[in-house]
Write a protein that binds this ligand. Structure first.
Ligand SMILES: [Zn+2]
Ligand SMILES: [Zn+2]
Length: 240
């Protein structure tokens, strides 16, 4: 146990109380609260789909720039936790989140065959705007990428992508508007982008607009393959 844990007990990403028993990253009693993404998933974005469906509704109607994607948890099971992580300063949750992301990454990279995931040369966090970084103090995607990198050994390139304008209130927009809203928002810089295979890292994938806009820009700037991993993903909009 770290000395700091005695003074500032680590909070559980599920119940937000000090972790019990101490020394863990999540309470033993809370460990099964977040629902992991399980097969069958969309072959493109990795979203859970009904049995027998190869692609989710979203991927059937809209082509994406990224090649493949995967996520760890179903969004509705982790939404309250993610809110505290993003808006209430609970950076410590990143340790648990990244541990689960590392496990998921190992699992998707071990899959062989035609749909195999390319091994990433680097992890690139989806950036927030400079203004949001100032008000929030940290980029939650960068934090996840750093912690994940410590566990999986794949380096983080934090400065390859920049987000130029604030695209506020995305939650209020429909999918088509989100896509338009994000055009020309992300810009790639530097040489890192010439890497063959880049894995974008973000906290959540819903319509895919953000990850897709980043992928488009990375490919335009010279990346060969772009995949993504997010901590959480929404469900198939077609699933009744
Ligand atoms: Zn707990
Ligand atoms: Zn999909």
């Amino acid at each position: 146990m770290r000395a700091a844990d005695l003074l500032f007990p680590r909070r559980c990403p599920v119940c937000d109380r000090p972790v019990l028993p101490r020394g863990g990253l999540i309470c033993r009693a809370c460990a099964d609260s977040f629902v992991p993404v399980e097969e069958p998933v969309c072959l493109r974005c990795g979203k859970p789909v009904p049995e027998g469906a190869a692609l989710c509704r979203d991927c059937r109607i809209r082509p994406h720039w990224y090649e493949r994607g995967c996520s760890v948890f179903v969004y509705r099971s982790i939404s309250a936790s993610l809110y505290r992580f993003k808006y209430e300063g609970r950076r410590e949750y990143a340790d648990y989140y990244a541990e689960r992301m590392a496990g998921r990454l190992e699992s998707v990279l071990s899959q062989q065959g035609a749909g195999a995931f390319p091994v990433p040369d680097a992890l690139v966090p989806v950036p927030v705007s400079a203004r949001r970084l100032r008000t929030r103090g940290y980029n939650q995607a960068a934090l996840l990428a750093e912690r994940l990198s410590e566990k999986c050994g794949i380096p983080v390139l934090a400065d390859v992508l920049r987000r130029d304008t604030d695209t506020a209130a995305m939650r209020l927009l429909g999918a088509a508007q989100r896509y338009n809203n994000l055009k020309r928002t992300f810009h790639a810089y530097g040489n890192g982008v010439h890497l063959k295979s880049i894995m974008l890292i973000d906290d959540i994938y819903t319509t895919g607009a953000t990850v897709n806009a980043c992928a488009e820009e990375l490919l335009r700037a010279g990346a060969e393959r772009v995949t993504f991993m997010t901590l959480a993903i929404g469900e198939d909009t077609n699933a009744e």
